[in-house]
Design a protein around this ligand. Structure first.
Ligand code: 4NP
Length: 149
């Protein structure tokens, strides 16, 4: 799960997907395209909204995405087009590029294609981001669990 700062959106996506899949079969992590918040806890508003829905993300720390992540992960979900371009620019070959997907592309019913950056937004923005990530992670978890049967 990748966003810009790895403190607002991708920590929520990581926490939500982890809550829906069996962690012995799937390794889920998140990272930022920047190192702005390297080592930081998730944004307090992300921590709070996750907690409201019963998910603890306080074990997470921000880290920048690194090229080696292309070797470790099968799928790299990005939150918006800017993240997409930044990660594609790090790809070494077509195989790497094929791993990168806009997360909302997994939700055919979604009216929007990007998860908006709530960093400069209000608490309400975080609630909306939580709900759209929860909906798409439910779809992703069904796909992953089916693939693992
Ligand atoms: P995120 O949100 O990419 O969802 O973690 C942001 C967090 C920090 C900044 C930008 C976006 N920043 O510019 O510091």
């Amino acid at each position: 799960m990748v966003c810009l700062g790895n403190i607002c959106r991708s920590p929520l996506a990581e926490g939500i997907l982890k809550s829906k899949v069996n962690s012995t079969h799937f390794f889920i992590d998140s990272a930022g395209t920047s190192n702005f918040h390297d080592g930081d806890l998730p944004d307090s508003r992300s921590i709070l909204i996750a907690k409201k829905y019963g998910i603890d993300i306080t074990n997470q720390r921000s880290r920048p995405f690194k090229k080696n992540d292309f070797d470790v992960f099968d799928i790299i979900y990005v939150m918006d087009q800017s993240n997409y371009q930044n990660i594609i620019n790090l790809a070494r070959d077509e195989k790497d590029k094929k791993k990168v997907k806009l997360i909302l592309s997994e939700n055919a019913a979604s009216k929007i294609s990007e998860v908006p950056d709530p960093y400069y937004d209000s608490e309400r923005g975080f609630d909306q981001v939580f709900k759209m990530l929860d909906e798409v992670c439910e779809i992703i978890s069904i796909k992953l669990n089916d693939a693992n049967k």
